[in-house]
Design a protein around this ligand. Structure first.
Ligand code: ZN
Length: 656
């Protein structure tokens, strides 16, 4: 492990808080030190208050901030002297502690101070850094972890036995630090939890962290516990339907739809196929920090119902005093391991599922190194339960926003690279869905760069290509809840007498046949949607009011309309609803360039503006208007509606 300190970068910092931000970000850059909001850092400053009096302030990382991207505003300033008095109390309930931290923060807009705030306050150094370094955990999480840590670090660290994060841990550290610390002490190891370093400058504290973790890495190498089992393992056949069925069961246990991401890479498969997998994976996580983020302990195999039952009975047995455990409780596991497909990670959205997977990726390495060193030992179940129960209590205190309407759900949109399709992607993402966007245009792959977007190039007239695309969607997110059939072409105007057979067939292939392929392929997946499957068909005004010169287009859209009506009849019993939209004259799409618009307007003897709003309401219909309605049709407003056909055309006299 190397220090990332850079003299030129650090010279940009104008004060100690900026240096605190700088080295916190250096820690955050190394994923073997901290992951996803894990770890915390602090700075102690003497400042003048409004009355000109000296006041000691602890700047501590606030919750909701990630060390890698933290800014000065991410540190909460808390009254240091008061924190040090709190540490002298015999006991302080966690809810009281949270309240004390909030009421002794000097900035109203500051984030909530970390639960490890009082611990930071007790360490007599200006800068304090705390990580859950993988290498240190691989050593502490063994049967004789404490002996190994003392042997490795001697008097350079203070060693603290495991206590759940919170007031009791802070009080123990406040007592143990002066008892154990000596002239050479530069850090503190918390068994089964992580490591602290401290110093008089940002650089000193940071580089002591690097030095201590580097020593742990070298120790693991010396003990031949560093190299992981060699990869080169291939996944078995992954059945998309099986993944979708697993997602449905997990979602039922959670009481809300979950995203399910499958990780079948060689490293994960090698772990999932270890002979001692049960012994490793069925213990708890490598640090209490992980259980707060991943919720459940890992699960082997896929018996979700038995897992949820066990979990509930464990909870009931250990929390008899809890008033409302059942309502707070979401007993769904957040991951499963299987020899065929490696790891599945679940989350309330795509980002959460990705966090679970990344945390577990590090856990797999730590477990395997600890196992090689002397046997992996996690905390006893009882201790893990306390952490999780505590987190539930904290969740009650937090102001939880309303979840996005489509959180945990997956939508597939066809023809999604431009126009109405692209607007549908935006509308669905905005409502919290993960979106699989299909288009022949390769630009689809890069329309968005975010965890909940998967853009796939796909020729919808090719059934094999659809199958492959859906398989990739299933690996990424675990199911299909919503399908927006938007892809279609509008051929050049031609009278029936001149209409070529090839042209007719091409329009039918894309506007009709491809939609049959999509419906057929998605049906078993929509059937497994936790909240019921939904299909929205982007039809056309031409269904009720066809136009001369558009025989192929009008016929294809009318046939698609009939297909949708039959699907509504056939799939109602499967809980799938299918509704259609009939837009007209939507001009902000790829085919309508300024020139084409001007020509068409002239053709009708209208200005461009009058041509665009040539409807009963005299209003322009944009892609976004169609997309918002399409997204709403997938939501609760249309929960009792199937086979509806809704015009989005500003009012058309021929339709009315
Ligand atoms: Zn910690």
């Amino acid at each position: 492990m190397q220090s990332l300190w850079d003299d030129r970068e650090s010279a940009q910092c104008r004060n100690e808080l900026e240096l605190r931000v700088y080295t916190s970000r250096l820690l955050g850059r190394d994923k073997t030190l901290v992951l996803h909001g894990g770890g915390n850092t602090s700075l102690k400053l003497a400042q003048k208050n409004l009355f000109g009096e000296d006041e000691n302030v602890l700047y501590i990382k606030g919750s909701g901030w990630d060390l890698e991207t933290i800014e000065a505003a991410g540190f909460a300033p808390v009254q240091l002297d008061y924190l040090q008095r709190l540490a002298q109390l015999d006991a302080l309930a966690d809810t009281q502690m949270v309240n004390q931290l909030a009421t002794h923060t000097l900035q109203a807009s500051a984030p909530a101070p970390s639960v490890e705030t009082i611990l930071h306050a007790c360490l007599p150094y200006k800068f304090v850094d705390h990580t859950h370094a993988d290498a240190v955990l691989a050593i502490t999480n063994t049967p004789d972890g404490e002996r190994r840590i003392r042997e490795l670090y001697g008097d350079s660290v203070v060693v603290i036995p495991y206590v759940m994060p919170g007031f009791d841990l802070a009080r123990l550290c406040a007592r143990e630090y002066p008892r154990q610390a000596g002239r050479n002490t530069i850090g503190m190891v918390l068994l089964h939890h992580g490591i602290f370093s401290f110093g008089d400058s940002a650089r000193q504290s940071y580089e002591r962290m690097i030095e201590l973790v580097d020593r742990a890495e070298r120790y693991l190498k010396q003990q031949r516990a560093w190299d992981l089992p060699q990869a080169g393992v291939r996944a078995g056949r992954i059945d998309p339907l099986q993944q979708a069925a697993l997602r449905r069961r997990l979602s039922a246990a959670a009481g809300a739809p979950l995203i399910l991401a499958t990780h079948a890479d060689a490293e994960t498969l090698a772990f999932a196929r270890r002979a001692d997998l049960a012994a490793l994976s069925q213990q708890g996580p490598i640090t209490p920090d992980h259980i707060i983020r991943t919720k459940r302990v890992p699960m082997l195999g896929i018996d979700v119902d038995a897992y949820a039952r066990d979990y509930r009975s464990y909870f009931d047995a250990h929390a008899p005093q809890a008033k409302e455990p059942k309502t707070m409780l979401d007993p769904a596991p957040r991951m499963a391991l299987a020899a065929e497909f490696g790891l599945v990670a679940a989350g309330k959205n795509a980002k959460d599922a990705a966090i679970v997977a990344e945390l577990y990726r590090h856990s797999m390495q730590v477990m395997q190194r600890a196992q090689a060193l002397g046997g992996y030992r996690a905390l006893p179940q009882r201790d893990l339960f306390e952490v999780e129960y505590w987190d539930l209590e904290q969740a009650k205190l937090r102001k939880g926003g309303k979840p996005a309407p489509f959180a945990g759900e997956i939508a597939v949109v066809t023809g999604a690279a431009s126009g109405i399709g692209k607007a549908c992607v935006t509308a669905l993402l905005a409502r919290g869905a993960a979106v699989v966007a299909l288009d022949v245009n390769p630009a689809i792959e890069t329309s968005y760069r975010r965890q909940d977007y998967l853009g796939l190039r796909c020729d919808l007239t090719d059934e094999g290509a659809i199958k492959l695309a859906l398989e990739r969607a299933l690996l990424a997110y675990g199911g299909v809840d919503m399908l927006v059939l938007n892809a279609g072409i509008f051929a050049a105007s031609r009278k029936i007498a001149e209409l070529g057979t090839d042209e007719w067939r091409k329009v039918m292939a894309i506007n009709l046949d491809a939609n049959l392929f999509m419906l057929r392929a998605c049906h078993p997946l929509l059937k497994l949607a936790p909240n019921g499957g939904r299909v929205v068909v982007i039809g056309s005004k031409n269904v009720p009011a066809p136009g001369p010169g558009a025989a192929a287009y009008s016929a294809s859209k009318a046939a698609l309309n009939q297909l949708a009506r039959v699907a509504a009849l056939e799939w109602g019993a499967d809980g799938i609803r299918i509704n259609s939209l009939h837009p007209n004259a939507v001009f902000d799409t790829g085919i309508w360039t300024e020139d084409v618009l001007a020509q068409r307007a002239k053709h009708y003897g209208l200005s461009v503006e009058a041509y665009k709003t040539n409807n009963v309401l005299k209003t322009e219909v944009r892609s976004r208007d169609v997309a918002e309605l399409a997204a709403e049709m997938c939501g609760p407003l249309f929960a009792k509606t199937t086979a509806a056909q809704v015009p989005v055309d500003g009012g058309n006299e021929r339709v009315i």
